[in-house]
Design a protein around this ligand. Sequence first.
Ligand code: C5P
Length: 427
Amino acid sequence: MNCLHSPYYNRPIQPEVGHRMLRLRNKRILLGITGGIAAYKSAELTRELRRQGAEVHVVMTRAGQEFITPLTLQALSGNPVHTDLLDPEAEAGMGHIELARWADLVLVAPATADFMSRMAAGLGNDLLTTLCLATHSPIALAPAMNQGMWQDPATQKSIETLKSRGVTLFGPAEGSQACGEVGPGRMLEPVELVEHCAGMFQFECLTGKRVMITAGPTREAIDPVRYITNHSSGKMGFALAEAAAEAGAEVLLVAGPVNLETPERVKRVNIVSAEDLYKAVHDNMDDQDIFIGTAAVADYRPAQCAPGKLKKDPNSDAGLTIEMVRNPDIIASVAKLPEGKRPFTVGFAAETSDVVGYAKGKLQRKSLNMIIANDVSDSSIGFNSDNNAVTVIAPDYEEAIPTGSKRTLARQLVKMISQQFEQTRKQ
Ligand code: C5P
């Protein structure tokens, strides 16, 4: 039997291996190791998962530790290995509930007949079974056992129960076994398991894509202590960065001066002025699939930044005139990149009147693929608010999204952006 087409695995394997492997970048895999001879392959599996970009935490049952040492797995995973449910020291670090929440996928490899029976019975009598009960993430098992144990009705019953609860099985393969017998029950090879893990994430809408997002205001210096800026909080851009990372993208967030924490799994570059932003965007543009400009870029900057603090004239009430010059339009410069270098480009338009009309004008003038228009005259949405309501506009598409939290809205927008992105790629 070809193990990649095992009847126990319910998702088809697709051929473009190199591209699919990107899907483990930033993924968090909780690897459970139970007590079977195939546990020696878990060392290679850990290495391979990490080589493909995943972060790995290992949990071992007591029997698992008889076959391979926690020290080996600690060295290979780069993280402490978790072995005990009732260990106060471990619980003070990353406790079992935190671990269960941390995982994007729980993979138990090898999964013994005993482990599967305990899991099917809903037991939580060690750390690994407890984690499987507590997690909301998908669980996959890579069974490994003697062919007789595999074919035993008790094991088959457990498997049916687990599958009915949504647990996925990777393998087992058929062939010669460590015990000398021949039949089904061999654990899949580490590279095959990694392939299957990558397959678990293939339905996230931005999996394997690179997304650059600009966020926040810019500051344009007048002198060493003064600057011109705007009210942008950066909240919308940060929420989009979080949602894009959740949807599987590799996200680079280029942020102006804001008081916000970098979302998890997002790479951040800080900038101050529009000129810094222009440089950071173009320095990092290689291989970006999608560019989203939420930054409120100052359109003008003082022609010169005075070398010292500007002083008022104590003998005169005369005003001060600052000569301003235009800043580069960053998003327009991205949208004008030549084919092959140009990412799918999405702009934001903050307007106070005729919101949709002005946004449509900008979509055309700046050669964007999409623009998201919002009405900043309403203080309950827009700039500093946690809420927003927008209209999404593309050349042959328009949809209003009613008021919601910037977080919820960001998820909706990411979905819409990925759909439009896929559509333009097909054209
Ligand atoms: O023209 P306006 O500033 O309203 O356009 C808004 C859109 O253009 C936003 O996506 C914003 O990030 C982008 N923009 C830019 N560079 C500028 C001005 C705006 O990238 N200098």
